[in-house]
Structure formats: C-alpha cells, structure tokens
Write a protein that binds this ligand. Structure first.
Ligand code: GLU
Length: 477
C-alpha cells in the first residue's frame, strides 16, 4: 500500500468515525455544544417575553430540562404549526415544545417524549347564539382551527367517517387567540382549541364559552426529529419529566400557568385593614428608613411591599421570586441583593429597581403619571411598557398619561394588537391591576397616616384617592 493510499484510508476512517459521533447521538451533541435548541410558538400558553425575559409554560419546562443537563436554552419561534415540524424535519432544533398533542400521524413521522400534560379539544361558541351540542349542529357553521393542528386532523377523520358536510377554515398562525378573536367578533361561528388554551384566555373573552368537547382527552408531548440518534436525548427527557411529575414540580408549573386566571384579584380590603394593624408595625420603621434612603414616599414603598408579599419577608412563589419585594434572582443580583429573604436588603433592592426604572422613562413624563408608569414597567418590563405607550398613541391616547396607557395595557394580551408590537405578547392586564392595586393601598396608607396624625379631624378617604379609583367599591377601615 502506498503512503498516499494509507493516508487517504486513515482520513476516510476518521471522517466516518467523526460523522458517526456527531450524527449518532443528539444528547452528546447538546452536552458538547452546551446548548439545547428548542422550537416553540409565541403564545400566552407556550412562550412569550416577560419583564424578566422569556416566560410561558413550555419555556419554563424546557428551561428546567436545560438546567438539568447543565446547558443553556435557546428557544426559537416558528409562526405556524407546520413551521415547527419543518424545523424538526430539517433538524434545526433538538425538539419542539409548543403545546403539541400526540397524534398517530405525527408519531408516525417524529419521535416524542412521554406526556407531560393532558388536554381536551373544545368547541367554542359565542354565548347569546344557539349553542351547538354535537357534530350534527355544526355542519353549516363557519368553523375555524389552526392550520396543521391536531384538531384539523381530527376533523378530517370525522369528515371521512360520517360527517361529509363538515367544513372548516384552517387559519395559518400559531396562536389560538386569533381563533377566539374571530369568534368573538362574529367573523366565525365556532373554533376548536385545547382546553388549557381556552382556560387561560377565557377572561379576555367573557362572551365565549364551551359548546362541547371534540373527542376525548389528548396527551401533550415534546416532538423530536426522526432518527435513532435522538434516543438518548429522549430517554433523558422522559426521566426528567417523570421525576418532575413525581416530586410535584410539574403540577406546580401547570397550576402556575393554567390553573388559575392570571388576572390578579383585588385582595380583600378587610384583609388589608387587618394586616395594617397586625403586620405593618413590625416593618414600618424599616420601610421608612429605606424610603428615606431612596427619597421615596414611604407609603408608596409600603404599598408595593404589600402588593408583592403582604409584608411577608419569607414569601416565596413557585416562579422563584422571593422576599418582601418578591425579587427575581436576576433582579436581586443586579441590585446587589445577596439575601432576598432579608427584609432590609429586599426593600432596598425593590426601591432601587423602581428608581432606576423611573429614571429611565422619557424625560417628558411628569409626576404622578411617571410613578404609575414606572410601576407598570416594574411589573411588566420597560420594553412592554414602551409597546403599550406606542399602542396608546396609535389609538389616539396620550402615552404620557397613566389613565390612557392603563387602558391599552390589556391589549398586549390580544393577538390582533400584540402581533404588531415590537416585543409581542405580555400580561398587560396583570400589570394594569398591579399598579391600580398599589395606588389603592397607597391612598389608604396615606389616609391612615394623616388621620392618625390629626386626631379629631374627620378625614374623607375619598379625597386622597386617585381619580381612577374613585367610585370603585371601597373599603371601610
Ligand atoms: N394542541 C394543538 C396541536 O397539537 C395546538 C393547539 C390548538 O390548536 O389548540 O396541534
């Protein structure tokens, strides 16, 4: 054998070996690159941007898995369900996490994980119209579904089985909210969407309700590209999902994202009155001290702390925010807070964060709107607040006024609006409620304090109320 020939053989053998390594094991590749690439879709039920960056059920779940593997998560979005599967086909992502149902057709083409949630496909209609009670009632209705969705497959099967008249419009897109929008506006009669998606968005569409279920329960799974090289990665994913299921973290995550309406309920006024007496005295000195340090009104700082934790320095939420001011890990680090459960550090961190945000708002926003807008950004992030202000202006409102921006914030939850914004979906209604609650507590604290300092002077609490709150059902302290 000539030297040239042996060198060539050696090179060939090495190439085969190397390609074998990278091709035969996706898990090894993820570990070697230190990055897990996941494809999802931008929607409130899956993946969106929050004040702390990426959020959503699928994001949080994938993030936990990436942490378990010790790698970073790179979450990409596709704009249609078809787009998600095309990316898998082209192996542009390690898997898809997008509220995807397990179907026969999909599992014939792709690998998948064990189920991590179950859902029921629901037929949604607008109340006040005739309520369809089964497939026979919907044959002549204008039905909308997401193109390429599991529901489209189900409808196809039903059509060929016994309902040849069944017809529907397949809407290209990746967000079921668009379907609800169509039914709500009367543009379509009914829509088929998953139960978890409907539960989460129902509060935005009070006229819509479930007519009946389309078939039985389905499993939600992660899909992986086809091929044996994904086996080890899928095994790791399955082990991870089972462990999460067993230790209750999966349930916690589901509960946090889908279990309740995300809109904050106004905390009972009588509870607030009781807490002013029972809890505030222990912290009022500390709150006053920090307010003084940061040149803030102490009533305001106290109101924020109450909204955040009910003045509980040990408060912890399943999302990992903690302490009196419920700071996230990254915010605490940025603000130099070492121990989030230390009330003094937590109050300082929150006060500093608020001041930073207030300073960064455009100079032409005056008080008191400046503080209310800063509070909104404190909750939702400056980027989304900016989106809301742009939207406010487009709709003829004044982006310098809290009352106008407050009206616009909930629109960031509606696809029709957020698809044209720079930063996409955000829990705007929650942010608006966050600010309004704080203003409510703030006024009461101010009033309490003044009445305490001026004994014998009857004070009218209404005179201290922000205009936006006057006329609302109010508490008796
Ligand atoms: N779960 C659906 C699917 O896998 C997507 C969400 C929906 O259309 O409700 O296609």
């Amino acid at each position: 054998m000539t030297l040239q020939r042996s060198l060539w053989l050696l090179a060939f053998a090495t190439a085969v070996l190397l390609s074998g390594c990278s091709r035969d094991d996706a898990l090894q590749q993820v570990l070697a690159d230190g990055e897990l690439v996941v494809v999802s879709r931008n929607s409130p039920t899956t993946f969106y941007l929050d004040k702390n960056g990426a959020a959503g059920f699928e994001h949080d779940l994938a993030q936990l898995f990436a942490e378990e593997l010790g790698v970073t998560l790179q979450m990409d979005t596709a704009y249609s369900l078809g787009g998600i599967f095309r990316r898998l086909q082209r192996r542009e992502a390690h898997f898809a996490a997008a509220g995807l149902s397990l179907t026969q057709a999909r599992s014939a083409m792709f690998n998948h994980s064990t189920p991590y949630a179950s859902l029921v496909p629901r037929v949604i209609y607008r109340t006040g119209r005739r309520k369809p009670s089964g497939l026979d009632d919907i044959e002549d209705l204008h039905l909308v579904v997401l193109a390429g969705s599991s529901h489209e497959q189900t409808l196809q099967e039903l059509k060929s089985a016994a309902w040849p008249e069944l017809s529907w419009e397949a809407v290209r897109g990746a967000d079921t909210m668009e379907l609800l929008e169509r039914v709500d506006s009367g543009d379509a009669d009914i829509a088929v969407i998953d139960s978890n998606e409907f539960r989460m968005q129902q509060s935005l569409y009070s006229r819509l309700d479930v007519a009946f279920n389309l078939g039985s329960e389905q499993d939600m799974v992660w899909y992986f590209p086809p091929g044996d090289e994904y086996t080890a990665l899928i095994e790791r994913a399955d082990t991870f999902l089972s462990a999460l299921q067993e230790d209750g973290r999966l349930e916690q995550l589901r509960e946090q994202h889908f279990g309740h309406n995300t809109v904050l309920s106004r905390v009972g006024s009588h509870v607030f009155a009781r807490n002013i007496r029972s809890k505030l005295p222990a912290y009022s000195k500390l709150i006053r001290q920090v307010a003084e340090e940061y040149k803030l009104d102490w009533h305001l700082l106290a109101a924020i702390a109450y909204q955040e934790s009910h003045w509980d320095p040990e408060a912890t939420s399943p999302t990992g925010v903690r302490g009196m001011m419920m700071l996230t890990g990254p915010t605490a680090r940025e603000m130099g807070v070492k121990d989030r459960l230390d009330p003094l550090q937590s109050l300082r961190g929150g006060a500093r964060y608020l001041k930073n945000i207030r300073r960064r708002l455009p100079a032409d926003i005056d008080e008191p709107d400046r503080t209310w807008l800063a509070l909104a950004a404190y909750n939702i992030g400056l980027a989304h607040l900016e989106d809301a202000r742009v939207l406010t202006e487009q709709r003829g409102g004044d982006p310098h006024l809290w009352s106008d921006v407050m009206e616009t914030l909930p629109l960031l939850q509606k696809r029709e609006h957020y698809r044209n914004t720079r930063y996409g979906y955000a829990r705007g209604r929650e942010a608006a409620n966050f600010v309004q609650n704080i203003r409510h507590y703030y006024s009461i604290l101010q009033w309490k304090d003044m009445s305490a300092n001026q004994p014998g002077q009857p004070l009218n609490p209404m005179q201290f109320l922000p205009a936006a709150l006057q006329g609302e059902r109010f508490l008796a302290l």
